[in-house]
Design a protein around this ligand. Structure first.
Ligand code: PLP
Length: 341
C-alpha cells in the first residue's frame, strides 16, 4: 500500500487535461458554448452535445491513461453526436426534409440520441430495438417521445430482425432510415467532431483505445488523428466471440456472442474504416466486467462495460510503456449498467 493519494499522481499527469484549472476552463467553455463544434446549433439542449471532459485514470501505472467521458453527453453516450450530425448533414444534402419520419435501429445508445435530437428538431421518429434492450436505454426513447418498436431476437437475415424492421417501417411509412451500420456519415461525424475535439484536448498522444460496434467512433477519430500524426497507434476493442477482429485479421468468422452492450458485431460493416486502425484487441466478457467494476470500486470511475473492456487493453499498454499517453474513449457511463455491478 502506498500513502500517495491518487490525485497526487493526477496533478503530475503529462498528457491529460486534468488539473483543476483546466477542468474549470473546460466547464466554462462548455457553459459558454465555446467548443467550436462543427455543427452550428443554437438549441440550448442540443448544444450540450460534445465537448466532453477527459480525466486521468487514477491508477499508478508507468504510462498515462486518459479517459474521455462520453457519458457527459445529454443522453449519456457518444451516440448523441452521430444522431445530431447525421440528421443535420442529411438535412443539408436534402436526403431528409422537415416533415419526414426519422427511423433508426439501435440496440441501445443511438436510440436515446435519435430520440433527443428528433424531439428538439421537431421530427416524428420510430426506433426499433431488440426486445432485450435494457429498460434504462428504452427509458430515453419513451421519455423523449419517440415511437418504440421492440423486435424479437432473430437472425440478422430474418425480416423481423430490428434492423430489417426499421428498413421496412421507413419504406412503408415514407420515412428516412438513418442506418448507423451502413451510413458513412456515422464515422464522418466523428472525423469532423470527436477527432478534432480529442486532438485539441491532448497535450501528448501515443495511443487511442476505443470499443467497436459499428466502428464509427474509432474510425472517424482514427482517420482525423492519423492525418495529424500517423505515429499514433489506433487500437480497436472487440468482444472475444465476435467478428470485427476476425474480419480485420482475415480469419474465419466465429459465432457472435457477447453480453457486453455496444461491443462486437456478427460481421464487418462499411462503417469500419480499417485503413486507419492499427490493431483490434479481443476481450472476453468476464474481463470487461471485471475492469468496469475495478474502475468503479477502486477509482470511483463509473464507465460502461464496453469501456471496461477498453480499459483492460489500455492498462496493458500503459504497463508495458512508460512513455505511453493513451486516450481511452469511454462510450458511456456505469450508471447504465448497475444491474451488472
Ligand atoms: C456502450 C457502447 N460502447 C461502444 C459502442 C461502439 O461504438 P461504435 O458503434 O461507434 O463503434 C457502442 C455502440 O452502440 C455502445 O453503445
Amino acid at each position: 500500500m502506498t500513502d500517495q493519494h491518487p490525485l497526487d499522481d493526477v496533478d503530475q499527469a503529462g498528457g491529460c487535461m486534468v488539473t483543476a484549472e483546466a477542468m474549470q476552463e473546460y466547464r466554462n467553455r462548455k457553459r459558454n458554448g465555446d467548443s467550436t463544434p462543427p455543427y452550428d446549433v443554437e438549441d440550448p439542449i442540443l448544444s450540450l452535445i460534445g465537448n466532453t471532459p477527459i480525466v486521468q485514470y487514477p491508477e499508478d501505472l508507468p504510462g498515462d491513461v486518459c479517459v474521455k467521458l462520453e457519458k457527459e453527453n445529454p443522453t449519456g453516450s457518444m451516440k448523441d453526436r452521430i444522431a445530431l450530425g447525421m440528421i443535420l448533414e442529411m438535412e443539408e444534402s436534402e436526403e431528409l426534409a422537415k416533415d419526414d419520419l426519422v427511423v433508426e435501429a439501435s440496440s441501445g445508445n443511438t436510440a436515446g440520441g435519435v430520440a433527443l435530437v428528433t424531439n428538439r428538431l421537431g421530427y416524428d421518429s420510430v426506433i426499433t430495438t431488440p426486445e432485450t434492450t435494457s429498460n434504462q436505454k428504452i427509458g430515453y426513447v419513451e421519455a423523449l417521445g419517440s415511437e418504440l418498436v421492440a423486435c424479437p431476437i432473430v437472425d440478422s437475415a430474418h425480416e423481423d430482425h430490428y434492423r430489417n424492421t426499421a428498413e421496412s417501417i421507413a419504406a412503408k411509412r415514407d420515412g428516412v432510415f438513418l442506418n448507423q451500420y451502413h451510413n458513412q456519415l456515422n464515422p464522418r461525424v466523428h472525423e469532423k467532431w470527436t477527432g478534432p475535439e480529442l486532438w485539441a484536448q491532448m497535450d501528448e498522444l501515443t495511443h487511442i483505445v476505443c470499443p467497436m460496434g459499428t466502428g464509427g467512433t474509432l474510425s472517424g477519430i482514427g482517420k482525423y488523428v492519423k492525418e495529424q500524426d500517423e505515429s499514433v497507434d489506433i487500437v480497436g476493442v472487440d468482444a472475444e466471440e465476435s467478428n470485427i477482429s476476425t474480419a480485420f485479421y482475415g480469419d474465419d468468422p466465429v459465432e457472435y456472442n457477447t453480453e457486453i452492450e455496444g461491443l462486437g458485431k456478427g460481421s464487418e460493416t462499411p462503417t469500419m474504416w480499417f485503413d486507419y486502425i492499427d490493431r483490434v484487441a479481443s476481450v472476453d466478457d468476464e474481463t470487461a466486467i471485471t475492469w468496469t467494476k475495478k474502475a468503479a470500486r477502486g477509482h470511483g470511475l463509473l464507465i460502461g462495460t464496453s469501456s471496461g473492456a477498453a480499459l483492460s487493453v489500455a492498462r496493458e499498454i500503459a504497463m508495458e510503456n512508460e512513455n505511453a499517453t493513451i486516450a481511452l474513449i469511454a462510450c458511456d457511463g456505469g450508471e447504465q449498467y448497475f444491474d451488472t455491478f
